[in-house]
Write a protein that binds this ligand. Sequence first.
Ligand code: NAP
Length: 361
Amino acid sequence: MKNFKVGIIGATGMVGQRFSLLLADHPWFDVVCLAASPRSAGKRYEDAVGKKWAMTEPIPEKLKNIVVMDATGDIEKIASQVDFVFCAVDMPKAEIKALEEAYAKAECPVVSNNSAHRFTEDVPMVVPEINPEHIEIIPSQRKRLGTKRGFVAVKSNCSLQSYVPALHPLKKYGIERVLVCTYQAISGAGKTFETMPEILDNVIPYIGGEEEKSEQEPLKLWGKIEGDKIVSATAPLFTAQCFRVPVSDGHTAAVFVKFKDGQKPSKEQILEDWKNFSGVPQELQLPHAPKQFVNYFEEDNRPQAKLDRNIEGGMAVCTGRLRDDNQYDYKFVCLSHNTLRGAAGGAVLLAELLAAKGYFD
Ligand code: NAP
């Protein structure tokens, strides 16, 4: 595989820090540019991040001395230095939309963590094992933007990264409805226990916008390209409640699923489907593809965020406690690492898919 020069936009943030760790020794991607707000621009990366560094591993040596650029003021300069950028910025949605399109129009592809473009009709929102074919919308998007290389591709929200992979291989049985409650880590809000002391000894029953994303985004993932747009699926019905809990990393989900009349699979079939679930990333042996995507735990007290979130480098998902339900057909538990598979890792895997399919050439 050819090597690609990459930039990280929002490099000083929680997700940006994850990107810097994941990309420091990447076999295909070489970080040559870091950008953040004007507050950080002009400083060495190490100084710009300062006390905000929230990872357990240290800042990668090769990135420490890179001088941070201005993500909004230096677009042309950044675009001229890289083959594509990863983007994870905390700005108003309209500004993120404009920023990402500005990079795309400067012929710099954007692989984004942000939610701003997730429902733009010609922007693929991809979990590489689930809907890799949605990247084929990119020529339509390029036509709209008037670009030859530039485009925006996004990953989906972190909350659903555990339960959609578990439901996807069961779709063939005809899922009628899903109820899900998520128990989400504080790193999903860009926080640590130091910066979010109010979460200790507490559960906060509201995360702004999260329930809508958890209900609607699975339907875009399961949608189809029709002409110049991706049309979301209309079923199954999802209902979600999302809680913030005192966990550093790892989103847990309690899932209830009902199949169409007469189409309920056996427990053995579900376990077999999870075991055999493998997609394009595994076929192409992408560097961040987990070997076993869905991992079922037999123990009643697993998966646990603290013990199991780092499975396969935080890129696989865990399931457990599959059992009959007296209102739905089955209930079970899911877990995924929210800043790895759910954020930076998911975006890196998407970029690997795009690179392997020639979209950065
Ligand atoms: P964060 O820790 O608050 O970091 C925000 C980043 O955006 C910093 O690099 C910051 O730069 C930069 N920024 C802020 N204002 C800017 C401006 N006006 N111009 C340019 N850059 C600006 O946020 P985060 O948790 O990493 O999240 C980043 C994005 O990813 C958000 O859209 C979030 O919704 C999404 N996301 C997060 C997670 C997660 O698990 N954390 C998961 C999925 C998606 P300075 O340091 O210079 O201020």
